[in-house]
Design a protein around this ligand. Structure first.
Ligand code: NAD
Length: 233
């Protein structure tokens, strides 16, 4: 078990590996949805300008996959940890699925956006809940302002969401844990360097991440098995 004192503040950074045991393919893993698309053609502002239908085809397919998925033991352990630690837990995920919420987590920062939300590409109308499947040849839906409705996703080349909150939480944390993230995608890959030397830094996943040297501990194994050992079932 991981000792957590009453003064500890825990920052958890999740990556695609946390949802792997729920059947949602990781980005760099073999097989799955990502292998069938060139990423710059479906997940970038350039892609949206060039072929919004192809973008919606990709995200509609990901909505289908994610809506069929169930939360796994890793999500449930983290939801329980929120109940125990309250605001002393900061849960930040790079995942766009809603499996933390399905497991009962209430305060999740989705730094790369949310698969089941959409927003206007033109006006400042806030992102809204949306689980439609926009498949070609359907028209791209329009906002009342005339703009096009796009997925509420942080694409390659865009700025992640919630960075002010995230860096404030990093500055306060005493324990930093990254789970199931390859340590390649920035800025998340550099969070551990931001807290290193000041907080205990722990990695959980089946293999060492690219930034492994910044962690003081690596617990190798699947999140669904390691997290119940570290935090209790
Ligand atoms: P990544 O695909 O680069 O790395 C996944 C990591 O998870 C790997 O290091 C792998 O070893 C590890 N892993 C595999 N199975 C695991 C398990 N059972 N338990 C713990 N770890 C496991 O993913 P990334 O670092 O999160 O970056 C990829 C980007 O793609 C992110 O920006 C993310 O938004 C996006 N993405 C999201 C989802 C999702 O929402 N579920 C899925 C795929 C990709």
């Amino acid at each position: 078990m991981l000792p957590i004192s009453s003064t500890d503040r825990v920052f958890i950074l999740c990556g695609a590996g946390v949802s792997a045991e729920s059947g949602i393919p990781t980005f760099r893993g073999v097989g799955g949805v990502w292998r069938n698309y060139r990423i710059e053609e479906v997940a970038s502002p350039y892609a949206w300008q060039r072929d919004p239908r192809l973008v919606w085809e990709f995200y509609s397919m990901r909505r289908k996959v994610a809506s069929a998925a169930k939360a796994n033991p890793a999500h449930f352990v983290l939801a329980k940890l929120e109940q125990t630690l309250g605001e002393r837990l900061f849960l930040c995920t790079q995942n766009v699925d809603n499996l933390h919420e399905k497991a009962g987590s209430c305060r999740v920062i989705h730094m790369h956006g949310e698969l089941f939300k959409s927003r206007c590409d033109t006006c400042h109308r806030p992102p809204f809940d949306d689980s439609h499947l926009y498949e070609p040849p359907a028209e791209i839906p329009r906002c009342p302002c005339g703009g096009q409705i796009r997925p509420h996703i942080c694409w390659f080349g865009e700025v992640p969401f919630g960075l002010n909150q995230i860096y404030a939480a990093l500055d306060e944390c005493t324990i930093f844990m990254a789970i199931g993230t390859s340590g390649v995608v920035e800025p998340a890959a550099s969070f551990v360097a931001h807290v290193r030397g000041r907080a205990r830094t722990i990695y959980v996943g089946p293999e060492h991440p690219a930034n492994a040297s910044s962690f003081t501990e690596c617990h190798l194994g699947n999140a669904g098995q390691v997290l119940p050992r570290l935090f209790g079932p």
